[in-house]
Design a protein around this ligand. Structure first.
Ligand SMILES: NC(=O)c1ccc[n+]([C@@H]2O[C@H](COP(=O)([O-])OP(=O)(O)OC[C@H]3O[C@@H](n4cnc5c(N)ncnc54)[C@H](O)[C@@H]3O)[C@@H](O)[C@H]2O)c1
Length: 265
């Protein structure tokens, strides 16, 4: 299946875990990838993996938070892969709209808070505000901006720690990771599907917001956990099944693009 053929995607932190699975998923569907990771070895390994599958990818490794990095990252897409799906344009010849996609990765910690993770929760909450704002600013350019807030996904961060504390090296700093078995089991029971997800399953959720079928979904946050009913209601609103809840009405007044007069145009 290649419904992303010709698209160029940037995936940050794609040397491991969820980012890696997203990169492989998008490549599988025909996208060309700019891979990035803090660490060279896993970033380069994912490029090799995509090439071995017949895809196209380049690596721009390094810390995405460093000044100037974004220019290199975007520059690689433009110079080496021939473009980047950021600025919306209308394809006049085919007379069809072309949508660009931005998918942010947040966390339930950003939606609900998480004891002991104040910086992480604050950063992840800020991404939700970022996505809600960017979707309003870039909607006019036909850019869909969404935010997936994962619950429990099984990666090195959420590995079960039996007796010994697990640590990972992040830019020379030793960071504690892992979850005690009893705590992890409690988390799993809180997940509606009864278990943590795999990185590949997480990538599937992100892929949905990159596929053409999501061209008319922009702005709501999509959580992998408890607020599913609310998310379903919001998605239903976007396809016109249910009446929006009062907060949605407020959003519609603030954002002219979603005003009732424009909604059916
Ligand atoms: N695993 C979960 O349960 C879970 C839940 C909610 C949200 N998330 C989010 O999903 C994302 C991926 O998490 P994961 O579990 O796959 O983690 P991971 O540690 O397995 O993979 C993250 C990758 O990003 C790279 N990275 C970290 N900082 C970077 C930087 N500044 N610049 C470039 N690369 C960088 C790391 O080297 C690593 O290879 C994170 O944003 C995380 O907060 C994960």
């Amino acid at each position: 299946m290649s419904n992303l053929a010709g698209k160029v995607a940037l995936v940050s932190g794609s040397g491991r875990g969820i980012g890696r699975a997203i990169a492989l998923k998008l490549a599988h569907h025909g996208a060309k990838l700019v891979i990035n990771d803090l660490d060279d070895a896993p970033g380069n390994a994912v490029v090799d993996e995509i090439k071995a599958l017949g895809g196209e990818a380049v690596a721009v490794n390094g810390d995405v938070t460093k000044p100037g990095f974004a220019d290199n990252f975007v520059g690689a897409a433009m110079d080496k892969l021939g473009g980047l799906d950021i600025i919306a344009k209308r394809d006049a010849e085919a007379n069809r709209e072309v949508f660009r996609k931005v998918v942010n990765i947040s966390s339930l910690a950003g939606l609900y808070g998480s004891a002991g993770q104040i910086s992480y929760s604050a950063a992840k909450a800020s991404l939700i505000g970022f996505a809600r704002t960017l979707c309003k600013e870039w909607g006019r350019y036909k850019v869909n901006v969404n935010c997936v807030a994962f619950g429990l996904i099984n990666t090195r961060l959420t590995q079960t720690i039996e007796t010994k504390q697990a640590t990972i090296d992040v830019a020379g700093r030793e960071i504690k990771v892992g979850i005690q078995p009893q705590v992890k089991s409690t988390f799993e029971k809180m997940v509606p599907l009864g278990r943590g997800g795999t990185p590949e399953e997480a990538a599937g959720a992100v892929y949905l917001f990159c596929a053409p079928e999501s061209n008319y979904i922009s702005g709501p946050d999509h959580s992998g956990g408890r607020r599913f009913a609310d998310v379903r209601r919001r998605l239903a609103y976007f396809v016109g099944i249910v009446k929006p809840t009062p907060p949605c009405w407020r959003t519609m007044r603030i954002c002219p693009r979603f005003s009732t007069s424009n909604a059916n145009s």
